[in-house]
Design a protein around this ligand. Sequence first.
Ligand SMILES: *[C@@H]1O[C@H](CO)[C@@H](O)[C@H](O)[C@H]1NC(C)=O
Length: 435
Amino acid sequence: MAKKRDELSTERRKNSSKSRVRTDQPSNSANSSSNSNLPLGPQNLIIIFIVIPAISVIVYRTLYGPTAATIVPSVYDRNLVKAEVKYQEIIAEHSRVSANLSRTFQHSVLAYVTPWNSKGYEMAKEFNSKFTHISPVWYDLKSQGANLVLEGRHNADKGWISELRKKGGAKILPRVVLEAVPAYLLQKKKQRDKAINLIMGECSEMDFDGIVLESWSRWAAYGVLRDPDMRKLALNFIQELGQAMHSGGLEMESKKSLQLVYVIGPPHSEVLNEYDFGLEDLQALSDAVDGYSLMTYDFSSPQNPGPNAPLKWIHSVMQVLLHGTDSSSQTLAQKIFIGLNFYGNDFALSGGLGGGPIIGREYLSLLERHKPSLQWETNSAEHFFVYSDDRNDQHVVFYPSLLSIAERLRVAHTWRAGISIWEIGQGLDYFFDIL
Ligand SMILES: *[C@@H]1O[C@H](CO)[C@@H](O)[C@H](O)[C@H]1NC(C)=O
């Protein structure tokens, strides 16, 4: 659902920027046509093309040279990571990013990038050094009649991939959603082999380092997890895939070992039901899977407005998932990428429930329009504010802040777990400072 909203808001954004471009154009063309009416001799040309730019460069160097303000200190040195945040401060500081791009968080960082939000592609390049894994959301493995097809090559951007490779060492693992009808896929060896070959063939051809696989939610929807035999076959398929990827495959020319990261949801309660992915499943897959992308977000909803991912809830999800703190669950915890949302929610409280996900730009425009006072909620470790819209309906807005992210990094660190970010184009630029 967050995804759909996100697509919508991106569309809105595209449209609004398009209309801005259009309104800009007339004044530009008016200028250029009036210039072209001037008689331009060689001396004028020298002044325009050499003298003026030279002077501007000198003036610019004097004002903004390396000795002046180009070196932006970190958000910690600017004292921005705190509970008492003013909206003016966010507006003034969010786009100023520290010149130091070294990592500060010691564990793995997986960054999702979606094709419908191009800002994520830029962030992945700019902050490549902050990530260990980058996952562009590109592929679906689908049934087509009795056949299987891997769709999404049209999304894959080779130029962007090679730029990422030049910038840093983050592994590139596109996400593949398993949409294929499970009854065929899981029960027929030929189909399973086909699925594995399609995935590995794409990795080899596109030079990926592996994939992030999402299938659990689909299997739940198809009823696979209710049937103990099917559930077992489902886990077996992930094992087969992981083993093949680690060995580089039998039919592949290059024997590069590929990584498999598996997407899991938070357990619904302390007593697990068959839909929940739990400790036994983690253990069963521990050799086959290199990491688990744990979706610890969307705790609240329009029907039940509140924080997106209360910190205590994240902690208890980890406890339920790993119950016990022996050394084996320590190693398992290190494989988990705790999910962090870089989007927020704008919930309508009165006049009919409603509202939903917002991204950085929308958050900033709410700050500018309503000049709210932000509050820190200690229990959830999230910032929020309340405002009234044009019809006098109350809204509550939860959106990540430097402190809320820092607190989650701290909890992840106590588990020695990594983090996964959905998704990096939805945040504010200075968030990357603390990763
Ligand atoms: C950059 O940040 C890292 C990690 O916080 C730190 O260890 C390093 O000293 C910083 N480098 C500079 C040049 O400030």
